[in-house]
Every structure is written in structure tokens, then in C-alpha cells.
Design a protein. Structure first.
Ligand code: ZN
Length: 341
């Protein structure tokens, strides 16, 4: 399986992370990509440089106001004077009868759902490079590759149409799915990150052409807390095309693979012709966020299960934080996929 990677992710190097009222160094660090890259090299995957697709693919998912905000955010912020080294909102307006603000501090609040997506000088460049990595992989699949992996950083699945949050700015998986939609009438997105893919759910919630499935640690004890419950099934034309499978804390390989079988059954009945996998590796037993307990062999089994869907597949990197087995877990999931194909 070919893998798309760009070094340009490094320009996004966030620091701030607020955990239970305590400011820590974020877990979404550039070193993540180094370890994932080592995992690709261990698996002998051919590395491909991304193509620059410009704003078009991003604009199919995100609003013009939001893209404009992200692009100009750092310049507006740094022109304020006395501004901090990263942009973190001091308000998150709920928008009821609100007016779109003109001031950067207002826009920052408007467009961030939490404090976990600090914007620095290189964030826009890094986020754009990450979306190009995803679109390049999707384009390769459109051009006939069976399956391609996209090493995206920053990740994307918590980003909504016009909201950043949870380390995410541009929803790479959603952008890849929209890119595939140019040739595929029905596309499924299967999110195996330990966190619910709330941004992806939000983007496609009222759409009947993109089936969104997320398997994750139960939001009753895990971020994002207010989305990801089984009763969230879509709305309007999208009613029935959103499936959430929340899992108990510490769920291991066997129960995880059973949840994947449920997801597979639902996806097969939707009958898509292409698949996007939102490939978080933070369900690992060694992940510092400690939600689920999937082993490296469990990731191999996940890869095998994903391959058996038999669909052209774009695998988009989501979460997965620093541990000694982060790279090995990527090697295992991609290796399992290849072995079962
Ligand atoms: Zn995650």
C-alpha cells in the first residue's frame, strides 16, 4: 500500500492543552508523525509526496468564513499587540441569535468548539498540507489504486464545517470523502479513533449519500462527552446514515473486533462503492489518553477486517499519541489490511 506524507506538518507545533484545569504540553506533537513515518518504513510502504490541490477540496466541506478565518487568523491576532504565542479563545458563543463578529477575538470564539485547537503561526500551512495529503490519497484511489494511506497531521475528525476543536482544523477524512464523491454516489466513513468523530458526524448528519460510522470510547466518560451516543442516528435525508458504537472503558481486541463486525454489517447494507477509514491509533492499550485497550495484534486484526469490506479505501490518519508502540501499531494495521486483501 502506498502512503502519502509531507514534512510540512512540522509548521504546526501547538503547545497549549488544558486538562482538568491544568495547562500541559499538548499530546498532538510533531514527533507523532516521526513515529508513524518509522512505522511506514518498517512496513516498506512507498512514500508519495502530496499534490497541492488548492482551496477547492477544502471548500466542499468548510464554510468560506471559516476558511478565511483560519487563513488570516495568525496575522490578525499578532497585530493586536499583547497577544499570546498561541490563539486560544476566551469565549465560545453558542450562536443563539448571535452576529458573526468582525474582531479576531470574537471570530476565534465563534470558530472553536473547545480550547484544544490552539492556532500558531504555522497552523494554517500545516492544516492545508494535511488536507492535501488526504486529497492526494483520495485522488490516487479515484485513479485506480486499491487502497492508500494518508499520514495526516494535524488530524481532522473533530473539525466541523466551521469549527475547530480537539486538535483538528480541517476535516481531512470528510474532505477525502467529498473528493471520492465526485465519482462515487455513496461513500462510507468508518472512524476507529478512540474518540467519537463528532466533526465528521456533524458535517454529514443530514446527508443521505455519506454513511458515517464511529467506534469509540463511550462519551459518558470520554471526550467529546456531548456527542457520540448510539441514539444519534442522523436527521432529515440523513436519518439512519449515522451509526455510533460506544465502547466501555478498557475494551480489548475481541470486543473491538465484534464492534467492527457490527459496523461492517451496517456499511454493507448501505452499499457504498468507496470507504474512508478515519484511522486513529489512540485505542491502543499504551496510548497516553487511556480509553480502550487494543493491542498491536488487535490493530492487525482491525486491518484485516477493514480489508474484507472489499471497497476502494482511503485510510486517513487521525489520533494516536506518543507511545513506544505507536509506529508498530500503524505497521500492524496496514500489514493486516494488505494480508487480507
Ligand atoms: Zn482520538
Amino acid at each position: 500500500m502506498k502512503a502519502v506524507y509531507s514534512d510540512l506538518h512540522r509548521s504546526h507545533d501547538p503547545q497549549f492543552f488544558l486538562v482538568r484545569g491544568v495547562v500541559q504540553r499538548t499530546t498532538e506533537q510533531p514527533e507523532r508523525a516521526d513515529r508513524l513515518l518509522a512505522g511506514l518504513k518498517a512496513g516498506k510502504h512507498t512514500l508519495i509526496e502530496p499534490t497541492k490541490f488548492g482551496q477547492g477540496p477544502r471548500a466542499r466541506v468548510h464554510s468560506p468564513e471559516y476558511l478565511s478565518f483560519l487563513e488570516g487568523a495568525w496575522d490578525e491576532w499578532s497585530a493586536l499587540g499583547n497577544a499570546g504565542p498561541e490563539m486560544i479563545a476566551n469565549m465560545h458563543p453558542v450562536r443563539n441569535a448571535g452576529t458573526y463578529p468582525t474582531h479576531i477575538v470574537g471570530k476565534l470564539g465563534w470558530h472553536t468548539v473547545d480550547t484544544a485547537a490552539p492556532i500558531g503561526p504555522g497552523t494554517w500551512a500545516g492544516a492545508c498540507a494535511s488536507s492535501d495529503v488526504a486529497v492526494t490519497a483520495a485522488q490516487m484511489v479515484l485513479d485506480g489504486e486499491d487502497a492508500v494511506y494518508a499520514l495526516c497531521r494535524p488530524p481532522g475528525h473533530h473539525a466541523y464545517r466551521d469549527l475547530a476543536g480537539g486538535f483538528c482544523f480541517l476535516n481531512n477524512g470528510a474532505i477525502a470523502a467529498e473528493h471520492l464523491r465526485q465519482k462515487h454516489e455513496r461513500v462510507a466513513i468508518l472512524d476507529v479513533d478512540v474518540h467519537h468523530g463528532n466533526g465528521t458526524q456533524g458535517i454529514f448528519y443530514e446527508r443521505g449519500d455519506v454513511f458515517t460510522v464511529s467506534i469509540h470510547a463511550d462519551p459518558s466518560f470520554f471526550y467529546p462527552f456531548v456527542w457520540g451516543y448510539a441514539h444519534e442516528r442522523g436527521a432529515g435525508p440523513g436519518l439512519g446514515t449515522n451509526l455510533n458504537i460506544p465502547l466501555a472503558k478498557g475494551t480489548g481486541d475481541d470486543d473491538y473486533v465484534k464492534a467492527l463486525a457490527l459496523a461492517e454489517k451496517a456499511i454493507r447494507s448501505f452499499a457504498p462503492t468507496a470507504l474512508v477509514v478515519a484511522l486513529g491509533l489512540d485505542a491502543s492499550e499504551k496510548d497516553p489518553l487511556a480509553g480502550l485497550a487494543v493491542t498491536t495484534d488487535g490493530f492487525r486484526r482491525i486491518g484485516e477486517a477493514l480489508a474484507r469490506f472489499g471497497l476502494p479505501t482511503v485510510l486517513v490518519q487521525e489520533g494516536g499519541y506518543l507511545s513506544d508502540i505507536l509506529g508498530a501499531n500503524l505497521t500492524a494495521v496496514l500489514g493486516g489490511f494488505e494480508a487480507a486483501r
